[in-house]
Ligand binder design. Structure first.
Ligand code: SAM
Length: 283
């Protein structure tokens, strides 16, 4: 049995042995709580031999949990110092492949090959939203994503129309997935302890998006414009986002959305209807 990396003493030992200094810039906060690692692995519902993409393995803490659960793990790490460390800390596992690089730049279909896969990650918080959006928008064959994120981001991911935190991220996440918060994680579960509370959120990717739209690009253009200028009415926000005045009036009327509404109050269904009206007008 391998000693678990997810402990304060083992992690400190590895950091010292390799002379590592944690990089704040790269969002490095390593997990030191084995029960949280197990919680992420459980939420990922790993089947033996299933392929998992891990983002930011660090010194291999979560990677180890995924490997022990029998996943075929491909882990992408940006910090150039870490692949050599991982080669050592994970040498007991033949089901782990480390890919050095930036998750926003690597060719994911190329490294994951054909067929479905899952995503598991304790995400670097400085780029949480770009990573989530990139994974969702590219229509990769992902079936489930289990990620550690800042609590405030998770609240935005699950927010419903009309709530303070509802925004473009809520719409995108709920359009593609069914998100569910599975664990609350306090700062003391990491070294160094982050300044914010964290949660593990599991997103089950839908087989088809939550609402039907004629043109997905138009749907997200409308959503981004609607939330681009908060405190404005939807019609003003859409105009500010580059939609012509007459089109805004006609599309909103055809979609049955009152001119006084604010973007923050629209459901996914209403955004879909509105986007379809713009699509029709653009034809
Ligand atoms: N998985 C480890 C754990 O749970 O202890 C480390 C998680 S730490 C919060 C985030 C990791 O992501 C760090 O190892 C960091 O170097 C890496 N990282 C940061 N930006 C990245 C990027 N653009 N692409 C891939 N990895 C990145």
């Amino acid at each position: 049995l391998q000693p678990k990396i997810a402990s304060r003493s083992v992690t400190n030992h590895i950091l010292k042995a390799f002379g590592l200094r944690m990089s704040k810039k790269l969002g490095q906060n390593f997990l030191i709580d084995a029960s949280i690692v197990q919680g992420i692995v459980d939420a990922a519902e790993i089947q033996l031999g299933e392929r998992v993409l891990e983002i930011g393995p660090g010194i291999g803490t979560l990677t180890q949990g995924l490997a022990e659960a029998g996943a075929e793990v491909t882990a992408v790490e940006l910090d150039k110092k870490l692949p050599a460390v991982l080669a050592e800390t994970l040498k007991a596992y033949d089901n782990v492949t480390i890919v050095p690089g930036d998750i926003l730049k690597v060719n994911i279909p190329e490294i994951m090959g054909e067929g479905p896969f899952k995503v598991a990650a304790n995400l670097p918080y400085y780029i949480t939203t770009p990573i989530l959006m990139a994974l969702l928008e590219r229509h990769l064959p992902i079936t489930r994503m289990v990620t550690m994120v800042q609590k405030e981001v998770a609240e935005r991911m699950i927010a419903k129309p009309g709530s303070r935190t509802y925004g473009a991220l809520s719409v995108a996440v709920q359009y593609y997935t069914e998100p569910e918060i599975v664990l609350d994680v306090p700062p003391r579960s990491f070294i160094p302890a982050p300044e914010v509370d964290s949660v593990v959120i599991a997103c089950k990717v839908r087989e088809t998006p939550a609402v039907d739209v004629m043109d997905e690009k138009m749907f997200f253009r409308v959503v981004k414009a609607a939330f681009g200028q908060r405190r404005k009415t939807l019609s003003n926000a859409l105009k500010g986002g580059g939609f012509p005045k007459e089109q805004v009036r006609d599309a909103m009327e055809a979609a049955g959305i009152e001119m006084t509404r604010r973007g923050e109050t629209l459901s996914l269904e209403e955004f879909a209807k509105l986007a379809d009206e713009f699509t029709k007008l653009a034809k």
